[in-house]
Structure formats: structure tokens, C-alpha cells
Design a protein around this ligand. Structure first.
Ligand code: CAA
Length: 382
């Protein structure tokens, strides 16, 4: 097993780190407070090639591997988990599916602007009654000549307000449940398509999470991604990769919180000495570092398997489950090490805790990750 990063991977990590420190850090507390989307920063991330990292250059992307994507996601998430989820959804849930299942025409029309950062994408799978039970789609698409007519509602849609293009999943054949779901591209401004509500959230407050409404929205057959009935498989395969992205977000939050706790413990003096001299603090730091390293190793394994075109559903579920749990624990401990200062906004770690919690929920709850892991174990063995 080779743990060394290539020159190119190191360069990407360093570029992302520098960008995050210079461009994301200065306004991150205010954007969280004001629930303000990082428009300028996302535009620059597009220019740096961070919005379509794994898409071939031919289609506007950077043509990089999943390891590079993990490294960039981690660095962005260390500083601003809201900007990171915007990036993650565009990369792994929207661009990846279009590249994998889209036709040449669809790649030209939809993927190029998304991967190059000129446009932003959203992934509309969840519904009020189809969260973990994602195949229970109430949104329907009915064929009408060369068109499909979409009706229904979606919720918890990241980039809901700010996206230009939406991958929308809808039932085209109720009887066949998961095999009767299809995937369409819906463009912002399509008649009958509305952004209904922007949620007010505990964390990732710089990103927009919205409900969407579809009333007789007409899309042409050419906007169907893959074949009729392929939608659930497209969604699940996209989420296999998406979970690596969210695990990287969780890893970044944990690393950010650990770095802040470590440096604070070396500055803060109580009882006449730095608190890092106390065993109570040392044990916390040791645990935080060990668990964060373990999360990183699980993520790197899943990303390597993705790069090697192996099946990696189990491994991506494992890394997301582990890294998200760790992010919450590490952020909590970082607050504890900061004492009262950890509870106020200026020291960042309270935001990290609020941001960490969602990584245990979106792109499949921790409970869903257990299902994916256990089913794969039972079917294929350990
Ligand atoms: N790859 C390919 N095919 C897959 C697959 C995968 N990873 N997972 C399932 N499938 C296939 C199955 O093989 C099966 O096909 P066959 O019938 O031919 O065998 C079919 O899909 C149905 O699979 P299941 O029977 O396993 O489906 P299920 O209804 O039991 O659901 C589940 C399984 C794992 C619970 C799934 O519904 C799931 O992942 N739920 C969570 C959904 C989720 O993650 N939502 C996130 C929303 S997006 C989001 O949060 C983004 C954001 O904005 C940040």
C-alpha cells in the first residue's frame, strides 16, 4: 500500500489550502451569521477547477482522480463547510452522473458549463415522504409525445436557490418502484418550476437548502439522463461517490477543529502553565488525532477503489459513517478544550460542531450507511 501523494495531488491540496485560508476564512463567521451564500468564492473555485474535478478536460473539468477531490474537499471544509457542500454536490452528485450516464449532446449542453464552474447544479432526489426511503418517489413524470410532464415536490435540496440546472428524479412507472424511476435535467426558469422555501438551519448556513415545486413542468425527452427506469441506479451510484465527498467534508471539519484545539492548548495558560501540559487535555488531543487519521484512511481507501473502478458502495458508506461521527465528536472536544471561548463565535469551533452534525444526516443518514454496509457484508462476505 502506497501512502505517498503524487506531486500533482500535493499541489492541488496546497492550492485548496491557500485558497481556503485567503478567500474563505475572512468572511466565514459573517456568512454563517447572515446565512449568506459564498457567490464570489464559488466563482473562484470554478476558475481554480474545483467544481468539476473528476470530469475529463474535454467536458470542462479538471480530469483529476478521486484522491485529489478528497484532498481539495478536505482543505475547503477545514475552513468553510458551507462552501464545501456546494462544491461536493456539484462535483459528485451532478457532474459525476452526467459524465457517467449522459449522452455526448447532454455533456456538451449541461456538463461543460457545470464542470467549468459557469453554472451550478443541484440534485433533487429527496421528498417530504422519500428521505431514507428514496425509491418511494411521489414526484411523477408522465410521457406526452416527445415530452415528459413533471409534477411533485422535492425538499432538502442543496443549492436549491442558486443552481441553474437540477437533476430531478421522478417516478415514470409506479408499479416498478425503484426500477420505475427516471432522471431528468430541469433548467431554472422552466415554467411551473419554483423554488418554494429556503430552510433556516443549525449549520452549513452559508449554503442554501430549499424545497422545490413542479407543476406541469414540461421537459423534452432529450433531457432524460440514461434510459427510462435507470434513475434509482443513477442516484445510488452517484451517492456512492457523494458519500466520499461528505466524508471528506467531515474530515475537513475534524481537522480544522483539531488544529484549532491544538494551537489553543499550547497558548492558553491555567495554573501557571499551558493547558497542553495537562494529561486531561493530552488524552483528548490524542484521541482526536487518532480517530481523525482513521477516518482519513477509510476515505482514502474508498477513493482509491473508486479510482481503480472497483465497486466501493460498502467502503464509501463506511468512510461516511465513521468520518461524520468523528467530526461531531472532535468538534465537541475542541469546544471543551477551548472552554468558554469555544462556545462563542470568534473561535470557530462552535460553528464546526453545528456544521458537523449534518454530515451524519445528508447523503444517507448514519442509519442508512449501516444498512448499506450490512447488506453488502451479508451478500458478499467480509
Ligand atoms: N449502485 C447500483 N445499484 C444500486 C445501488 C448502488 N449503490 N444501491 C442499490 N442499487 C440497486 C439495487 O441493486 C436494486 O436493484 P435490483 O432490484 O435490480 O437488485 C435497486 O437499486 C433497489 O435497491 P434496494 O432494494 O437496496 O433499495 P431500497 O429501497 O431498499 O433502498 C437504501 C436502499 C440504501 C436505503 C437507499 O434508498 C438509500 O441510499 N437511501 C438514502 C438516500 C439518500 O442518501 N438520500 C440523500 C439525498 S441527496 C442529498 O442529501 C444531497 C444533498 O443535498 C447534500
Amino acid at each position: 500500500m502506497n501512502f505517498n501523494l503524487t506531486e500533482e495531488q500535493l499541489m492541488i491540496r496546497d492550492t485548496a489550502r491557500q485558497f481556503a485560508e485567503e478567500e474563505l476564512l475572512p468572511g466565514v463567521i459573517d456568512r454563517d451569521e447572515e446565512e449568506e451564500f459564498p457567490h464570489e468564492q464559488i466563482k473562484k473555485m470554478g476558475e481554480l477547477g474545483f467544481m468539476g474535478m473528476m470530469v475529463p478536460e474535454q467536458w470542462g473539468g479538471s480530469g483529476l482522480d478521486a484522491i485529489s477531490y478528497v484532498l481539495a474537499m478536505t482543505e475547503i471544509s477545514k475552513i468553510d463547510a458551507s462552501a464545501a457542500v456546494v462544491m461536493s454536490v456539484n462535483n459528485s452528485l451532478v457532474c459525476w452522473g452526467l459524465n457517467e450516464f449522459g449522452s455526448t449532446l447532454q455533456k456538451e449542453k449541461y456538463l461543460k458549463p457545470l464542470a467549468s464552474g459557469q453554472k451550478l447544479g443541484a440534485f433533487a432526489l429527496s421528498e417530504p415522504n422519500a428521505g431514507s426511503d428514496a425509491s418511494n418517489q411521489a414526484t411523477s413524470a408522465v410521457k406526452n409525445g416527445e415530452n415528459w410532464i413533471i409534477n411533485g415536490a422535492k425538499n432538502w435540496i442543496t443549492n436549491g436557490q442558486n443552481a441553474d440546472l437540477y437533476l430531478v428524479f421522478a417516478s415514470t412507472d409506479k408499479v416498478n418502484k425503484s426500477h420505475g424511476i427516471s432522471c431528468f435535467v430541469v433548467e431554472k426558469g422552466a415554467p411551473g418550476f419554483t423554488v418554494l422555501k429556503k430552510e433556516r438551519k443549525l449549520g452549513i448556513r452559508g449554503s442554501d437548502t430549499c424545497s422545490l415545486g413542479f407543476t406541469d413542468v414540461v421537459v423534452h425527452q432529450s433531457a432524460m439522463i440514461g434510459k427510462e427506469g435507470d434513475g434509482f441506479r443513477i442516484a445510488m451510484q452517484s451517492l456512492d461517490g457523494g458519500r466520499i465527498g461528505i466524508a471528506s467534508q467531515a474530515l475537513g471539519i475534524a481537522k480544522g477543529a483539531l488544529e484549532r484545539a491544538l494551537s489553543y492548548s499550547k497558548e492558553r495558560k491555567q495554573f501557571g502553565q499551558e493547558i497542553s501540559n495537562f494529561q486531561a487535555i493530552q488524552w483528548k488531543l490524542a484521541e482526536m488525532a487518532m480517530q481523525t487519521d482513521a477516518a482519513e484512511l477509510l476515505i482514502m481507501r474508498a477513493a482509491s477503489m473508486k479510482d481503480e473502478h472497483k465497486k466501493y458502495s460498502r467502503e464509501s458508506a463506511m468512510c461516511k459513517l465513521y468520518a461524520s461521527r468523528n467530526a461531531v465528536q472532535v468538534a465537541l472536544e475542541a469546544i471543551q478544550i477551548h472552554g468558554g471561548y469555544g462556545y462563542v463565535k470568534e473561535y470557530h469551533v462552535e460553528r464546526m460542531l453545528r456544521d458537523a452534525k449534518i454530515t451524519e444526516i445528508y447523503e444517507g443518514t448514519s442509519e442508512v450507511q449501516h444498512i448499506v454496509i450490512a447488506r453488502d457484508l451479508i451478500k458478499n462476505g467480509y
